[in-house]
Design a protein around this ligand. Structure first.
Ligand SMILES: [Zn+2]
Length: 259
């Protein structure tokens, strides 16, 4: 279908990733001509800043950077990394703090440091009046506890790549967060088919998490923002509403975050 009149906001894509080195501009043009009006770029660590900022400069009003330290990049030197994050926040107007959070899937060595980094960055969000883009893997309730007990109750944002239970979805929404819905929605046994019919359209935003988590039929291959229309269509099917409505409302939800 033709989305040319629709504006889709890609709320989470690592388009600075090295997997796009051969065809980055072509890949982005494909996204823009498929109806993607903005691409929001989560940062990972100091090593990803240069490539991200280059894209922000090359595509102003289209590619918007976030600033933050990803939990999987929290190591011994995390305080040095956080100082770099803070330095950038003082000299550039970012769209959000991200991606930040807790990841207990791969390695729990730095769990304490992950907590500390997350809380510190929540404070930075408050200070700079920004929302947060949350990465939480095998750590939903740990992240929620940190938000509730230690961070600001006015903190808003997105649970990026949400794949939890209905109870978790409802908790995130109660905390005034949006659910970032991506390619997992197209996966058999992805679980989102059981959740989306019970969720209001005002609580979701669309994302790819490119280059990861490509939707079916590209599952396992390189992901890219032009595949957002596949994700939007699947959300529409599961919620039994027209895809135009999904795009219109999710774009509005995303824009509301930035006001
Ligand atoms: Zn990500």
């Amino acid at each position: 279908m033709n989305h040319s009149s629709l504006q889709i906001i890609e709320t989470h894509a690592h388009i600075y990733d090295e997997t796009y080195v051969e065809d980055r501009d072509e890949m982005l043009e494909k996204a823009f001509s498929s109806g993607v009006s903005q691409i929001w770029m989560p940062n990972c660590a100091s090593e990803t800043i240069e490539g991200m900022m280059a894209l922000a400069e090359k595509y102003p009003n289209k590619c918007f950077p976030m600033m933050g330290l990803h939990p999987c990049y929290v190591k011994e030197d995390f305080e040095k990394e956080l100082a770099i994050v803070e330095d950038w926040l003082n000299k550039y107007k970012f769209i959000a703090i991200g991606e930040i959070g807790m990841d207990l899937y791969w390695d729990k060595t730095f769990v304490k440091q992950q907590e500390e980094a997350f809380l510190y960055q929540c404070q930075l969000a408050k200070k700079h009046n920004l929302w947060i883009d949350i990465h939480s893997r095998n750590a939903f309730w740990e992240t929620v506890n940190l938000i509730e007990k230690n961070a600001d109750p006015n903190l808003k944002g997105i649970f990026h790549c949400f794949t939890g239970t209905l109870e978790e979805a409802q908790k995130a929404i109660e905390l005034d967060f949006l659910l970032g819905i991506g390619g997992v929605v197209t996966f058999k046994n992805g679980g989102l088919d059981k959740i989306l019919p019970h969720i209001d359209l005002t609580s979701i935003v669309l994302e790819t998490d490119a280059p990861y988590l490509a939707p079916v039929p590209y599952r396992g291959k390189r992901n890219e923002p032009s595949y957002l229309s596949i994700i939007a269509q699947k959300v529409a099917d599961l919620m039994q509403i027209p895809v135009e409505k999904v795009i219109e409302q999710s774009t509005q939800n995303a824009l509301n975050l930035c006001q």
